[in-house]
Ligand binder design. Structure first.
Ligand code: G3I
Length: 393
């Protein structure tokens, strides 16, 4: 399926990139593999998203807003941002959220270890504040995530809990029921399980798998469906967009859920990606997913620019424009590859570059400029490329 607008890539190149992707493994946060896809930073990277004279004359200096347009008004589906509770009181963080976005997710405040840090002790205050902010500003809330298949973010009390499948099923059911009933009617969709599969389509080792077997994944969906029949339920992961074994396995799991009468509504494509990713391949992955009748949510989008960890790294205008073009290509891939009734929306993993997890808690060598707004919350070329896709430009 050809794009309208972005440059196209031949199938052989897409297949070659897809093949290269599965040659090794990487983590969600710092996928060295994906960085290998970033283009050589060529000085003549002059291909631009839009010509400078398209800039809105009223834009404040260095901002690429489009007069009279905002992200949430430019699209027929919600545009989200992942927030951190502690930042909601900051400006212009809060005003940018209110003006541009129509859905909130959270980097951590809805996670298992944040909501039930001790057995039976539920701490909802920070997540409730995010829900309140969303309700005050007519925004939806997406819950990330009920179960993350990663021992490193699973509370110690769970990891050390005695018992076998029966006991862990009870822990899982109680967590999912308690959390989803608490947010019922306020959180309209959930990542039920996050990052459950390896790039090769196997199951990631974690306590739930060890205790309950591979069936833990659909068990979580069954409990979620019982707890809140109105919420849409997603499996969320990274790099399915490359259309390889991981995506194929999720599509088989979706078939299994259907055969068992367990509600499995859609896939969250995290889309922590890089400049060189091939939007054609991404669109083909969306087409395969939508063909199953599954909702498609781009759930954690950012486009990293740093390549091969140069000692110093500045956001040049040409890199910024290239980022805008890539955002535009991927958003077009979503619009063209996913039928309207299956477009759950696009969520970026933060608001301004300084909020990005790349720039918090990671070594300087990972710092980056991956989001739509600059460190002082001015719209970047990335914003311009993103919104232009929404406006069909
Ligand atoms: O809030 C506490 C703070 O009170 C404390 O002083 C500080 C000390 O370390 O920790 C703070 O919590 C941190 C939290 O982010 C704040 O948002 C945690 O340590 C830190 O581990 C946590 O990292 C988050 C990470 O997931 C692990 O949960 C990142 O912000 C978040 O961006 C990242 O998001 C993941 C998605 O859930 C899944 N997909 C990949 C994505 C990026 O890794």
């Amino acid at each position: 399926m050809a794009f309208t607008n972005p440059t196209t890539t031949n199938k052989f190149k897409a297949a070659a990139i897809a093949l290269a992707l599965f040659a090794s493994s990487f983590t969600a946060c710092k996928s060295s593999m994906e960085e290998d896809l970033a283009p050589e930073q060529s000085a003549d990277q002059t291909e631009t998203v839009v010509s400078a004279n398209d800039l809105d004359p009223t834009s404040e200096k260095g901002s690429y807003h489009l007069k009279g347009h905002t992200l949430k008004k430019a699209f027929s589906f919600p545009i989200g941002a992942a927030v951190v509770y502690e930042r909601l009181k900051n400006e212009p963080y809060a005003s940018t959220l209110k003006k541009e976005f129509s859905r909130l997710s959270s980097e951590s405040n809805f996670k298992f270890h944040m909501l039930q840090p001790k057995e039976g002790v539920f701490t909802f205050a920070k997540a409730d504040s995010i829900v309140a902010f969303a309700q005050q500003n007519n925004m939806q809330v997406h819950g990330h995530t009920l179960i993350w298949a990663l021992d490193g973010v699973t509370p110690k009390w769970v990891l050390e809990h005695k018992g076998g499948a029966k006991e862990f099923e009870a822990i899982m059911k109680n967590h999912i029921y308690t959390v989803m009933k608490h947010f019922k009617g306020k959180v309209t969709s959930w990542d039920v399980v996050n990052e459950a599969l390896t790039p090769g389509g196997g199951y990631v080792d974690n306590i739930w798998l060890r205790k309950m077997g591979e069936g833990y994944l659909l068990k979580a969906f069954q409990f979620a469906s019982e707890a809140d029949p109105s919420a849409k339920l997603f499996a969320n992961d990274y790099s399915q967009e490359y259309g390889g074994k991981k995506l194929s396995k999720y599509l088989r799991i979706a078939d299994e859920a259907k055969a068992k009468g367990i509600r499995f509504d859609g896939l969250g494509f995290q889309m922590h990606t890089v400049l060189r990713v091939d939007a054609n391949m991404i669109q083909q992955s969306f087409v395969r997913t939508a063909a199953k009748g599954l909702l498609v949510h781009i759930s954690e989008m950012d486009v990293a620019l740093r390549y091969q960890k140069p000692k110093t790294f500045d956001l040049t205008d040409s890199l910024s424009r290239a980022q805008g073009k890539k955002y535009k290509e991927i958003v077009y891939a979503y619009i063209n590859g996913v039928p309207k009734h299956l477009q759950w929306g696009i969520t970026t993993w933060g608001v301004g570059d300084k909020d990005s997890y790349f720039n918090r808690g990671y070594a300087e060598s990972n710092h980056d400029y991956p989001l739509l707004f600059s460190k002082d919350y001015k719209a970047k070329w990335a914003y311009r490329g993103f919104i232009e896709a929404g406006l069909g430009r």
